[in-house]
Design a protein around this ligand. Structure first.
Ligand SMILES: NC(=O)c1ccc[n+]([C@@H]2O[C@H](COP(=O)([O-])OP(=O)(O)OC[C@H]3O[C@@H](n4cnc5c(N)ncnc54)[C@H](O)[C@@H]3O)[C@@H](O)[C@H]2O)c1
Ligand SMILES: O=C(O)[C@H](O)COP(=O)(O)O
Length: 528
């Protein structure tokens, strides 16, 4: 009997397919604290959550029999995907079912904010008839800036058009044609910030979107702008928002999602110009039914070994082919992650050269994993999975070339990924050493031998005496221990690279210090 735990409130009608399955036992326990969850998770093969349950590394490690975590909704930032992947646990979400509800909530926030409806209502409940205090503004003819033109952003655009708003948007992963088709003028982030009367954000929370609206961005905005965040807390820095409200840059803000939830000590809750809701974007009967049906179906399919489509972290191939390919999959994704982390500019072309015994395999599937590694650096993990990675690349006009070659350079198998952007071209090669796992063996023409895991600092510099010593001193002073080190060069005194495996996460200011060392041209940090 397979046991599934449902630890957040999820529509039971939507879960019917799991509840009715003879071979599955579903336990619904929605008031567990993290200790209680940790103590019972070991009994279950499946866990179904929304955004409230924090599925931490600790919970995942305690889930000795876990096979799948289902997220009834879009965002998976409450789940430690890396830990789940390391433990072979599939994470499956339901990205489509709550789009309309989140979009309608955004519109409700926009309208409430433009006419001060909650504030006026509150005054009236105190028997105060304040007609002069609450003069609003129309949406008509105002510029709405939309950051993130995905599912929800585009639905918001459709409805805002009906209010005769002028739509401008920013999304580095969409095309002008796609934006225009939806009545949106695609602009740079700075242009959107400068021109918008109303601003709404609809991106996932990623390394790139965290605090993408901060003091500097507020300083570019029109005085009197009104702002909505129904996406994720942390896209807008709350402290900066409060400051911009107090300085009069922002006239009003409506916030459904917070940096810390519940945000009970947040000053946003008491600010007279802020309207808040407790993460209600997806809280409608329809959305909850939709996401529950979707996630139940997907989890059931996963457990039954039949095809499913919304895996965040796991391959969806028949098991015989999968078993064959399994050892190459982490290598493929890491090659993609690495190369896209050490290159500048917009990606135009990905060339993948397979050689050795690997050419007999389903390389199409490995290509998708390489593309997944590349695209996830820019688009976030909810957007790209191994099922849709090639579609996403095509959508972004990235040329993908697969080559089968008989030049093995002495390895039994070798995968080379060459990435071309509008600025430069770089390549990385990796192999699977029988019994020893993946290795990176060449970077931009220099021979290396790197175990692709953990925290890596990559430097591009001139091959001159003393540089490596300076790196060591700088990192040592910052308390960062170098565990492994590889240097390579194209010729004596020529261009050189360094790849340093370090024992902890490296903050941006350390990279800034390293790049100041004489004869260093670039520094990068990659976590694999
Ligand atoms: N408040 C709620 O209850 C609620 C409900 C549903 C979804 N959400 C959240 O709303 C957000 C959007 O969801 P969606 O379903 O539309 O997702 P989506 O993946 O369809 O769209 C996200 C868009 O953001 C774009 N993007 C990624 N990085 C960007 C960047 N740096 N700058 C600009 N754009 C960038 C992507 O290209 C994509 O088009 C997510 O954060 C999701 O978790 C919140
Ligand atoms: O990412 C999502 O799907 C939304 O934020 C909804 O989260 P919830 O399921 O906790 O309401």
């Amino acid at each position: 009997m397979i046991k599934i735990l449902v630890s957040d409130p999820i529509s039971e009608v939507g879960l019917k397919s799991l509840l009715d399955a003879e071979d599955i036992q579903v336990d619904i326990k929605t008031d567990l604290n993290s200790q209680e969850l940790k103590s019972i998770i070991g009994e279950y093969q499946g866990l179904l959550v929304r955004s409230q349950t924090k599925v931490t590394k600790e919970i995942i490690e305690a889930g000795k029999h876990l096979l799948v975590i289902g997220r009834a909704g879009v965002g998976v930032d409450n789940i430690d995907i890396k830990a789940a992947t390391e433990h072979g646990i599939a994470v499956i979400n339901a990205p489509d079912g709550n789009t309309i509800s989140a979009c309608e909530h955004t519109l409700a926030m926009l309208l409430s904010m433009s006419r001060w409806i909650p504030q006026a209502h509150n005054d009236l409940t105190q028997k105060q008839w304040n007609r002069k205090k609450y003069v609003g503004v129309e949406l008509n003819n105002k510029v709405l800036g939309i950051i993130g033109l995905g599912r929800i952003g585009l639905e918001v655009a459709k409805r805002a058009k009906a209010f005769n708003m002028i739509l401008i948007g920013y999304d580095p992963f969409t095309t002008e044609e796609q934006a225009q088709k939806n009545g949106i003028q695609l602009k740079s982030l700075e242009e959107v910030l400068r021109q918008a009367d109303f601003l709404t954000v609809h991106t996932p929370l990623t390394k790139e979107t965290k605090y993408m609206i901060d003091d500097k961005q507020f300083s570019l905005m029109k005085k009197g702008i009104r702002i909505v965040n129904c996406a994720r807390g942390g896209i807008i820095r709350e402290e900066a928002l409060i400051k911009a409200l107090n300085e009069g840059i922002v006239e009003a803000a409506t916030i459904d999602v917070f940096e810390k939830e519940p945000p009970l000590d947040s000053p946003l809750l008491d600010h007279p110009k802020v309207i808040t809701t407790p993460h209600l974007g997806a809280s409608t009967k329809e959305a909850q039914l939709n996401v529950a049906i979707d996630v139940a179906k997907e989890v059931y399919h996963y457990l039954a070994g039949v095809p499913y489509k919304n895996a965040i972290n796991m391959p969806s191939l028949p098991s015989d082919i999968l078993n064959h390919l399994k050892p190459y999959i982490p290598l493929a994704e890491k090659l993609g992650t690495f190369i896209s982390s050490v290159i500048m500019g917009g990606i135009q072309k990905v060339e993948i050269i397979y050689s050795g015994d690997i050419i007999e395999e389903e390389i199409d599937y490995l290509t998708r994993n390489i593309l997944k590694g590349i695209l996830r650096q820019h688009m976030g993990i909810t957007e790209v999975n191994d099922v849709n990675a090639d579609v996403m690349a095509k959508r972004r006009n990235i040329e993908v070339v697969e080559i089968r070659s008989n030049k093995t350079h002495g390895f039994t198998n070798l995968i080379t990924v060459k990435l071309t952007t509008n600025i430069e071209e770089k390549s990385i090669s990796g192999t699977l050493l029988n019994g020893y796992g993946p290795r990176f063996v060449n970077f931009n023409g220099s021979t290396i031998d790197v175990i692709p895991e953990g925290h890596l600092i990559i430097t591009e510099h001139i091959d001159k005496p003393g540089i490596i010593g300076k790196f060591g001193t700088l990192l040592g002073n910052a308390g960062i221990n170098i565990g492994t080190m590889q240097v390579g060069r194209n010729k004596v005194g020529g261009t050189a690279i360094g790849i340093f495996g370090v024992d902890k996460e490296v903050e941006d200011h350390i990279l800034d210090e390293l790049i100041k060392v004489e004869n260093v041209s670039n520094t990068y940090y990659v976590e694999l």
